[in-house]
Design a protein around this ligand. Structure first.
Ligand code: DOR
Length: 443
């Protein structure tokens, strides 16, 4: 029997509505939601004035284990996640070795069961020679199949047209695609190198990893999916031009869906001057107009879900010149507060944010009994206070020890995070002994 937790007087945000009430957690699940619950619990939280959301389900993280644990590991990065209100994550395959078969997935699940603070699932990767393993994969044991149709950290590029045709025709479950056209990028970078040598400015990143490169690759992925009837999820859209390839509306029933990431919604190309390599990521953060279009697409449902693409690299690695500095930002700990800034600015309403960060992800991946504040569902919760909070006020839990949000203030802070019914994060402290559970998929 797990301890009972009673959260009183919260402003509950769920399925398009905001109501005030109490929520009782028992045996890991949401036992009751009511205007007032008259019962005893082992722990009570007075949540008057605070927002209670279903925890964020992050469909794209790079937690670096196995093989790259000097950057992060499942324990360290999931700690950062729960500190930021993320209760479940889906980890990418570009570890060392890469996750290319079900044995590698099983090994990661084993690691996570022993060390993850949040609920977990893993994507299976694609290489040019593992298509048989992909076709045989059990869709209930993986979150999805990830293909890098653009090169990024980890050398997992798959751009052979024959391999892509076979993959789109035979993948047994959701196919997630990183779309950037590598030849376009290589040619752009060669031109910048010709002019600037090793001193390419980081502000050139969105011109090298250009909007054109994104559009070409995303167009190809959508075309392949249409021809083969593939269930395709395009990751981290970063440009206005790609959006026309996707439909607005509810995620349920869509064959082709799209994700936006926190950094593409929050930053724009004017931020390279201050952040330099700390903003270098793939796909690149693009123009202010792109950011406006992405935010609008999130509001209208043309973009179905929001993820982080949390991708830690050390400060020493990031100190390298443009061509050598690795791409990727640590985002999990501050993702929800950063997204809530869009709500404070009136650009997005809170129920829509919850739909993109929790409900929609649960629907898109068919996650069993998570992603909503519903009686009987697992208690995955984020309790959020409004106020004025300096990013520096809390320690950075990601192993890399830095954040692109340094020096900023947020108007929201995650006070408590509940993972499968247990307090994982509370008032600035990581709770010891809280372990996440494997996500289950109804496929
Ligand atoms: O910026 C990125 N970093 N994009 C990716 O696709 C990979 C990621 C990483 O693993 O570092």
């Amino acid at each position: 029997m797990q301890a009972r937790l009673l959260i009183r007087n919260a402003r509950l945000v769920n399925e398009g509505r905001i109501t005030t009430g109490d929520l009782l957690v028992a045996d890991g699940r949401i036992d009751r939601i009511a205007p007032a619950i008259d019962t005893c619990a082992d722990t009570e939280i007075d949540a008057a004035g605070a927002w209670l959301l279903p925890g964020m389900i992050d469909d794209q993280v790079h937690f670096r284990e196995p093989g790259l644990t000097h950057k992060g590991c499942i324990a360290s990065e999931s700690a950062a996640a729960v500190a930021g209100g993320i209760t479940s994550f889906m980890d990418m395959p570009n570890t060392r070795p890469p996750t290319l078969d079900m044995a590698a997935v099983a090994a990661k699940r084993h690691l996570a069961a022993a060390s993850s603070h949040a609920n977990f699932a893993f994507h299976l990767g694609v290489s040019t020679d593992n298509l048989d393993a992909v076709a045989r994969a059990d869709p209930r044991l993986i979150a999805g199949v990830k293909v890098f149709m653009g090169a990024s950290t980890g050398n997992m590029l798959v751009d052979d047209p024959m391999v892509l045709e076979r993959l789109f025709a035979s993948v047994p479950t959701l196919l997630l695609a990183h779309c950037e056209h590598s030849q376009t990028i290589t040619a752009n970078e060669a031109e910048w190198r010709r002019q600037h040598g090793d001193a390419i400015p980081f502000a050139a990143h969105p011109l090298i990893r250009s909007a054109e490169a994104c559009l070409r690759s995303t167009t190809l992925a959508v075309d392949l999916a249409r021809r083969h009837g593939t269930r395709l999820h395009v990751l981290h859209l970063s440009t206005a031009r790609e959006l026309a390839l996707f439909e607005p509306g509810p995620v349920t029933g869509k064959q082709i869906t799209a994700e936006a990431c926190v950094h593409h919604l929050y930053f724009d190309d004017e931020d390279y001057e201050a952040l330099g390599s700390h903003l270098k990521c793939n796909p690149a953060v693009k123009s202010r107009d792109d950011r406006v279009a992405l935010r609008h697409a999130v509001a209208t449902g043309r973009i179905d879900v929001i993820g982080t693409d949390h991708a830690p690299h050390t400060l020493a690695e990031k100190a390298a010149p443009y061509s050598l500095a690795p791409a990727g930002l640590p985002l999990a700990q501050h993702a929800l507060p950063a997204l809530l800034e869009l709500v404070h600015d009136g650009l997005l309403d809170l129920p829509t944010l919850v739909a993109r960060c929790s409900h929609g992800v649960a629907e898109l991946f068919r996650i069993r009994e998570r992603g909503y504040l519903r009686e009987g569902y697992w208690a995955d919760l984020a309790l959020v206070d409004d106020g004025h909070f300096a990013v520096e006020a809390a320690p950075i839990l990601s192993r890399c020890g830095w954040t692109p949000f340094a020096g900023r203030h947020f108007r929201s802070r995650v006070r408590s995070t509940v993972v499968s019914g247990r307090l994982a994060w509370h008032r600035g402290c990581l709770m010891q002994g809280c372990r996440g559970l494997p996500l289950e998929f109804t496929r």
